[in-house]
Design a protein around this ligand. Sequence first.
Ligand code: GUN
Length: 282
Amino acid sequence: MTANLLDGKKIASEIRENVARRAEELKARGVVPGLAVILVGEDPASKVYVGQKEKACREAGFKSDLLRLPESTTQEELLSVIGRLNADPSVHGILVQLPLPSRIDPEAVIAAIDPAKDVDGFHPVNVGHLVSGVPGMVPCTPLGIVRMLESYRIPLAGKHAVIVGRSSIVGKPLAHLLLARDCTVTVCHSRTQDLAYFTRQADVLVAAAGRPKLITADMVKPGAVVVDVGINRLESGLAGDVDFEAVREVAGWITPVPGGVGPLTIAMLLENTLAAATRSLQ
Ligand code: GUN
């Protein structure tokens, strides 16, 4: 039996239409949602992501400013740009695309963003809210994964979710979101011994390790829900962290790459920005 596809593109396009409608309503009340995206340097993958974010903002009727800063930008200069955006009432969301050049400390940069404008949910205040279960800005990729599973009415309570990857952008925040939905959560990483022992127990398996085809069919429990967060650029093209063709014959549900998690990330960025703009009225 072949797995059902989790169609991220379709879910994301429904969310984006809904966001565009709500943005219209907000505009009628005098507020145009505004997102400022900062790109430092010339990382090719970052350029692609930033371009996708900009396009999505424009299509949703947002004001979108892309600030392209040279590779040679100092931390001080970047902090000063953030200070200006924090003070600008037409900017409701600020996103600094990662990774930053190695001279710049990402923690210091993230901490400088007004937590109310931190649409990435990376600021320590928002991380604290997530861990404590208090409403706040939640990182877009993990939020998108949960939204996709909920859209397909995949049951989560009591299920064993195994996350492969412990990044601050995906693995760690996702563990908290799934805990809040009553999953039993295991987080595996590059130093985990016998990874397959854990992945075979997963009712919901999330691969977010950044290693092409790390998850093979023998590592997946029959009928499991498999979410592939990997975007690996290989000479042969784009590959996820999951061996899609083999795993789809074992899993119950699976996300494709591309067209799975990626589109949800962008849709959640729009939702976070819209929420920040809406709160600015209150
Ligand atoms: N780089 C890779 N993913 C992300 C993300 O979600 N936000 C930002 N700011 N940078 C990233």
